[in-house]
Design a protein around this ligand. Structure first.
Ligand SMILES: [Zn+2]
Ligand SMILES: [Zn+2]
Length: 119
């Protein structure tokens, strides 16, 4: 068997294509995930429980943010703190130990922020 070694540039292009494909079909992906959740509620539960167990701090931090948002204690800005674009912003935690210490980032900035980060 011959192993084809990809250059870094080729790998980068492959990654770009994959993410472009993903974003071009994001609605489809979302619908697919929704349908899957509906069809597999138990699996979804197990998955969620596993996730919660694996990342308790992360889960707690998200939960705290959500609660604070609902209670009106945390006001979500209109613009991304990084690039200033007006969008639906994600709460990003630099430190999950400080659940209310969040930065509001657009999806692109948030994704860029986590790129290469193992979570
Ligand atoms: Zn941004
Ligand atoms: Zn984040």
């Amino acid at each position: 068997m011959r192993v084809r070694v990809l250059t870094e540039a080729q790998k980068e292009r492959a990654r770009e294509r994959a993410s472009l494909h993903y974003y071009a079909n994001i609605e489809k992906h979302k619908a697919h995930a929704k349908a899957w959740r509906k069809a597999n509620p138990e699996k979804c539960q197990t998955y969620y429980a596993k996730y919660r167990k694996a990342q308790p701090m992360k889960h707690k931090a998200r939960w705290t943010v959500w609660n604070a948002k609902v209670a009106g204690k945390l006001v979500v800005p209109d613009h991304c703190e990084e690039c200033g674009v007006e969008a639906n912003l994600d709460a990003h935690h630099d430190d999950y130990e400080k659940p209310l210490d969040v930065r509001w980032l657009c999806r692109d900035c948030h994704a860029a922020h986590h790129k290469g980060e193992r979570t």
